[in-house]
Ligand binder design. Structure first.
Ligand code: NAP
Length: 291
């Protein structure tokens, strides 16, 4: 099986490479090896390598910067995704594309299911939703995996930021009224690989489509921070700061965020027997997150 991974130096990209490198014929490319906004380069790379699956882990993920970098966000999150899906189609391959909880407004009371109406609040979410639609319209066999609140030992993420801030702050004000499911990037990679193995050689499988995959239990950012500090204290890494829950309006950001990011992960469980990410276990080795 030949697999092309884009965005190979990102959080999910690195986890995919770790888990795939000895098991498939892998071509993993970072943005310098394949800029997905370059249509010709995308088609050339895919025509040469002829991957059975493209896994698109590349994205413009800077949620606030996206408000000012509108063209760049759409170029990567919509156009890049579209080129990859169209080029995959041209060689008879499939695409696994990653999307986000930010395609929703966050106004729903319960957990979001795959068929719920979208309504992104900011440019990042709007460009990711445009990417989903572009992938779906390319008429290529596709999986769109919507995930949320991604973290791991690599890159920049909330867990690493909390550990860094804990070193010199006695008190931290953290948003307490946005709720979601922190998701371990290694679990995202594992889920994508499992799906890929299940679908390999099955061009007309009815399981292609959109899935939600995130962590459980759902918590607020404030509760997530507290769990990080509990682990940090247990390992003697930090003196934990006092965590003060604040409402979203007291932490103004350029991009608005959904209040409710809770995603229902039953569909992926039913179709592929994949359990939601166990983020609490994933931070037990908290020492690995200290940079
Ligand atoms: N992070 C989250 O909390 C979160 C939440 C929900 C969904 N997601 C989705 O999950 C997926 C993976 O996210 P992640 O956290 O692994 O993101 P990440 O760590 O920011 O990785 C994204 C990678 O894409 C690369 N990239 C940017 N522009 C590119 C281009 N034009 N061509 C090729 N590569 C390019 C980035 O390179 P540079 O670093 O050099 O720019 C980076 O290595 C994305 O689809 C994201 O939208 C993430």
């Amino acid at each position: 099986m030949r697999v092309l991974v884009t965005g190979s130096k990102g959080q999910v990209g690195r986890c995919l490479v770790e888990q795939l490198q000895n098991n498939v014929e892998l071509l993993a490319v970072d943005r310098y090896e394949l800029d997905i906004t370059n249509r010709d380069a995308v088609f050339r790379k895919i025509a040469e390598f002829k991957p059975d699956f493209v896994i698109n882990a590349a994205a413009h993920t800077a949620v606030d910067k996206a408000e000012e970098q509108v063209d760049a966000s759409y170029a990567v999150n919509r156009d890049g995704a579209k080129y990859l899906a169209e080029a995959s189609k041209s060689v008879g391959g499939s695409i696994l594309h990653i999307s986000t909880d930010y395609v929703f407004s966050g106004n729903k009371l319960g957990d979001y299911v795959e068929t719920d109406e979208t309504g992104p609040l900011g440019i990042y979410g709007k460009s990711k939703l445009a990417g989903e639609l572009a992938v779906a319209s390319a008429n290529c066999n596709h999986i769109i995996l919507r995930t949320a609140w991604v973290f791991c030992e690599y890159g920049n993420n909330f867990v690493k930021t909390m550990l860094r801030l804990a070193k010199d702050r006695d008190q931290l004000d953290i948003v307490g009224d946005q709720i979601g499911g922190p998701t371990y990037a290694r679990d995202i990679a594992k889920a994508l690989i499992l799906i890929m193995n299940e679908l390999h050689g099955k061009k007309s499988d009815t399981r292609y489509g959109i899935y939600h995959f995130s962590g459980t239990p759902h918590v607020s950012w404030c509760e997530f921070a507290e769990m990080v500090f509990v682990q940090g204290l247990a390992k003697g890494l930090i003196e934990a700061p006092e965590v003060i829950p604040i409402p979203t309006h007291m932490y103004p950001t350029l991009a608005p965020r959904p209040t409710n990011s809770k995603m229902n992960c039953q569909k992926i469980k039913n179709a592929f027997d994949i359990e939601a990410s166990d983020w609490q276990s994933a931070i037990k080795n908290i020492e690995e997150y200290v940079s």
